[in-house]
Design a protein around this ligand. Structure first.
Ligand code: TTP
Ligand code: MG
Length: 226
């Protein structure tokens, strides 16, 4: 099987809904003086699958639609993971891993996804993981409080997300912590950079501007890949 990893190094940006992933990626696209190729999350694809808004359907009736939605979302994540890039760094919004370890896990634990659906999604995920070389070299975790995300989501008004309660954001937060903080204690070799992203947009901009190479771990990644 051919190597599906075409860029020199891949960084995935993770964190709760509304934590500021897209904003960060857009800033890095404009500011970083060296080669970074940014792939933002394909939310618009989920909103229009041959005329169907699957993100909307999932929020309206998760027990009915979450399996279909997460299946399609997994495909679009795979497309980003395997998308060839010219620049030395590929910077992706999210990954197959957060879809699996956070969202699918949460749907299953909250009884919105059945045992059989969960098993099928996991069969796909495990096959992809074993058979395609999706190496992620670095994860940047934008760590926020669920309350802050709640406020930002209300402000940005993405239609499908009108009914997201704080409780849901708490669950998604807890699973990020389980995966990226608790999980990294079990695996000390994991490359996770944690950024306190509860601050204002201006403060975040300043941090990204000042510490871009450190946050991207740029020197280390380029050295490892060359
Ligand atoms: P996010 O992937 O968190 O992206 P975002 O654009 O909301 O985040 P940011 O503001 O930090 O850029 O979520 C996008 C939407 O998709 C959100 O409503 C949650 C939903 N979603 C799922 O339901 N399942 C998934 O597996 C993923 C990745 C997202
Ligand atoms: Mg986004």
């Amino acid at each position: 099987m051919s190597d599906s990893r075409n860029s020199k190094a891949t960084i995935c940006v993770e964190g709760n809904i509304g934590c500021g992933k897209t904003t960060m990626l857009e800033m890095f696209q404009e500011q970083v003086p060296y080669g970074v190729e940014v792939l933002t999350e394909p939310v618009s694809k989920w909103q229009n699958v041959r005329g169907h808004n699957t993100l909307g359907l999932m929020y309206e009736d998760p027990a009915r639609w979450s399996f279909a939605f997460q299946s399609y979302l997994q495909l679009t994540m795979l497309q980003n993971h395997t998308c060839p890039t010219k620049q030395p760094l590929k910077l992706m919004e999210r990954s197959l891993f957060s879809a699996r370890h956070v969202f699918v896990e949460n749907l299953y634990r909250s009884n919105k996804m059945s045992d059989a659906e969960y098993a099928i999604i996991n069969e796909w995920f495990d096959w992809i993981f074993v058979n395609l070389n999706l190496n992620v070299d670095q994860i940047i975790y934008l760590r926020t409080s669920p309350q802050k995300c709640y406020e930002r989501i209300k402000k940005r008004c993405r239609n499908e997300e009108n009914c997201i309660p704080l409780e849901y954001l708490q669950q998604i937060h807890d699973l990020h912590e389980e995966w990226l903080i608790e999980g990294s204690k079990l695996n000390p070799n994991s490359n996770i950079i944690v950024v306190d992203a509860d601050q204002s947009l201006e403060q975040m901009e300043e941090i990204y501007f000042k510490d871009d190479a450190k946050i991207l771990n740029y020197d280390h990644l380029i050295k490892v890949q060359s």
